[in-house]
Design a protein around this ligand. Structure first.
Ligand SMILES: Cc1cc2nc3c(=O)[nH]c(=O)nc-3n(C[C@H](O)[C@H](O)[C@H](O)COP(=O)(O)O)c2cc1C
Length: 202
């Protein structure tokens, strides 16, 4: 399958960490402004990208360095420059995307999220999923707790990076797991845990 290689992420920005922490708020209204590939690249890298290629370590910590999370994005029509609408899987090792399903699925994702239709305004949704067995294989029952903590780490990375890029992000935990998984056409062992709509605040 053809991969879409993302631009190289930046490790210097214009906003301080303190400014991003101070400004972060859940955003639930978005302008229909297209995101750039640079912005998308930065958002995905900040969430769960590789920061130490030698050791394979990421921007978020992980119990036992097992990294159970997988990121998917739902791109709306005209949502990201140079990308067709659809569902894509983030390939962290190559900082690239692979297409999973075609078409603008934002409305269906919003409907599957208890009809939170404000979500469908966002040009982009980042869906954080987990493959529990990567962590429970080593830590058993306690691994479930670790996976949930790790979604929080990655999610906050994304929220803060959004602010630092002068974007806004929402956060959605209220959705029907099976319906979201079906709309996204993701494999059954990648379980959706958090949906983060991102865009320019209206
Ligand atoms: C785990 C989690 C799940 C959430 N789910 C939703 C949701 O489904 N819909 C929504 O509108 N907000 C959701 N929120 C956002 C909270 O309502 C919001 O963070 C809270 O009101 C505090 O506001 P702030 O984020 O602007 O500081 C969620 C937040 C968290 C941490």
């Amino acid at each position: 399958m053809k991969e879409i290689v993302l631009p190289k992420p930046q490790v210097k920005g214009k906003t301080s960490l303190e400014e991003a922490l101070f400004a972060r708020r859940t955003v639930r209204s978005f302008a229909p402004t297209t995101l750039t590939m640079d912005e998308l690249s930065q958002l995905l890298w900040a969430t769960y990208g590789i920061s130490d290629p030698r050791q394979g370590k990421r921007t978020a910590p992980s119990a036992g360095a097992l990294f159970p999370l997988e990121l998917y994005i739902a791109v709306g029509e005209g949502g990201v420059e140079g990308l067709h609408s659809g569902i894509y899987h983030y390939l962290h090792a190559r900082h690239a995307l692979e297409i999973v399903a075609k078409g603008d699925r934002r409305k269906e994702v919003a409907q599957a999220s208890l009809w939170q239709m404000w979500m469908a305004e966002a040009p982009l949704m980042v869906i954080i999923t987990a493959e529990y067995r990567r962590t429970t294989g080593k830590y058993r029952e306690r691994g479930i707790r670790y996976v949930h903590m790790e979604v929080g780490h990655a999610g906050e990375n994304l929220l803060l990076q959004s602010v630092a890029l002068e974007l806004g992000a929402g956060i959605v935990g209220a959705f029907y797991d099976d319906k979201v998984a079906a709309v996204l056409e993701i494999p059954p062992h990648h379980e959706p845990l958090l949906i983060i709509p991102v865009g320019h605040p209206r």
